[in-house]
Design a protein around this ligand. Structure first.
Ligand code: PMP
Length: 468
């Protein structure tokens, strides 16, 4: 359908009745999408857009198996989880089979924020401690408890508004961070930063309840931690009596290609104490989950307080979740992520060689212009990271080689046509259907920064790198 309202009416009604802090893409000329299929979205005029931003529509927009599973269950029954239902237990069993055996107890909730908020409660209850360590630039959700642990959001607040029990560790970014690829052991160096925080907190009489991180920082700028970092952090945190929470809300469910969970990129010897999931889990249906160990779950039970969640784990959500897991396997979407992701990286590498890098596109405005030009070409892409300069590919997992050709050809065209050159940077081996582009100086790792929020002592306030 073309939608029932004309576009201007939709815009006017939205302005009138929807909170102004709820942002819209391309606010000067928003897009009205009326239907979608696979990796394509269609506006009210039937124009097609290539979707490189909807990681939530994980197995493809409106995948018929998922739609059917939800519709059939809606026809039969939807109710809360205080009744026995096979969908709930079958889904928990199937989800558990993707995880290390130790992670065996599920709590079903409805959004990534709910999952992370519950994860914090589990950690507080299990450890009896209060302090939380989070990573620089992290985002974990929109509820109060999570804004407190999300530097991505709270850097906008005043110091007085910071929760004193929250401590921020450097992002383990070996490209732009405090310790880089030329460091002999960045995993240990970054983990030692966490250890130092634990010691400082201890001196002040605090106690660590949890370390929380995305298994691969997404909003924080697509940062893949060096292998061994999580193992060492977990050791320090557990020695202090805390737990390790892995936020897989954005990066889980096979998106990294080689593994089902992004934390598995660290190796089989790493198992978090709590894993949170969301976004792709229901292919757009609002559902999410927290998985933990029996020890943590029993400690949570020992309070005697019931955990009840009206919608969490309802038969419709579980039917949809089951269908998503089936489609990931049936359509070999992990394999596709590896193959197409590798191809995307190789095509972007060519762009990197072709467009020599210049320094005057460091303004955020230039990145915005780049996205506007792409939108005119019917490609939907977005940027993220602390400097909003990491181009983030997070398409539905059915993205194809032809789609790669289309998007890369259009990027090429824009870069060539406008004499703008962006540096394309995609060294991260495991990044398959998540790739990135930095506007960074040509000399890769030696590049100077223009951003004043560059980290570490090697940067001046203006962000210029100091020769050390
Ligand atoms: N964690 C991460 C890593 C996220 O990216 C998000 C959403 N962007 C959330 C948590 C919060 O999820 P939701 O918006 O579903 O509450």
């Amino acid at each position: 359908s073309a939608g029932t309202l004309d576009k201007n009416t939709t815009i006017d009604l939205r302005k009138k009745h929807v909170g102004p802090s709820c942002k819209i893409f391309f606010s000067h000329d928003p897009i009205k999408i009326v239907r979608a299929k696979g990796q394509y979205m269609y506006d009210e005029k039937g124009q097609r857009y290539l979707d490189c931003i909807n990681n939530v529509a994980h197995v493809g927009h409106c995948h018929p198996d998922v739609v059917k599973a939800g519709a059939q269950q809606m026809e039969q029954l939807n109710t809360n989880s205080r009744f026995l239902h096979d969908n709930l237990v079958l889904y928990a069993q199937k989800l558990q089979a993707t995880l290390p055996s130790k992670l065996s107890v599920c709590y079903f909730v409805n959004s990534g924020s709910e999952a992370n908020d519950l994860a914090l409660r589990l950690a507080w209850q299990y450890t009896g401690h209060k302090d939380i360590i989070t990573l620089e630039n992290a985002y974990h959700g929109h509820v109060s408890s999570l804004i407190d642990i999300s530097p991505y959001k709270f850097h906008q607040l005043s110091d007085a508004e910071h929760n004193p029990s929250v401590h921020v560790a450097p992002s383990p970014d070996v490209y732009r961070g405090k310790y880089r690829a030329d460091h002999p052991d960045p995993a240990t160096a970054y983990a030692d930063e966490v250890k130092n925080i634990i010691e400082k907190v201890d001196k002040k009489g605090g106690k660590i309840a949890a370390f929380i991180a995305e298994s691969l920082q997404s909003c924080g700028g697509q940062v893949i931690p060096p292998v061994g970092y999580f193992q060492q952090v977990a050791k320090h945190v557990r020695e202090a009596g805390g737990v390790f929470i892995a936020d897989e809300v954005q990066v889980g469910f096979g998106r990294v290609g080689s593994h089902f969970w992004a934390f598995q990129l660290q190796g089989d010897d790493f198992v978090p104490d709590i894993v949170t999931m969301g976004k792709p889990i229901g292919n757009g249906h609002p559902m999410s989950c927290v998985v933990t160990t029996t020890e943590v779950a029993e400690a949570f039970m020992s309070t005697g307080m019931e955990y009840f969640n009206t919608f969490g784990g309802n038969p419709v959500s579980c039917a949809i979740g089951l269908a998503v897991l089936d489609v990931i396997v049936k359509d070999d979407l992990q394999g596709n992520a590896v193959r197409v992701g590798r191809y995307l990286v190789s095509q972007l590498e060519k762009q990197k060689e072709k467009h020599s890098l210049i320094g005057d596109i460091r303004e955020r405005k230039m990145t915005e212009m780049f996205f506007l030009r792409l939108k005119e070409q019917h490609i939907l892409l977005s940027a993220d990271g602390p400097h909003r300069n990491v181009l983030k590919f997070k398409p539905p997992m059915c993205f194809s080689a032809e789609d790669v050709d289309e998007v890369v050809q259009k990027i090429d065209h824009i870069l060539t046509g406008t004499q703008i050159t962006l540096s394309l940077y995609s060294h991260r081996r495991h990044h398959f259907l998540i790739c990135e582009m930095f506007k960074e100086n040509g000399h890769q790792r030696d590049a100077g920064f223009v951003q004043s929020r560059a980290h570490g002592p090697q940067h001046t306030k203006q962000g210029k790198r100091v020769k050390t």
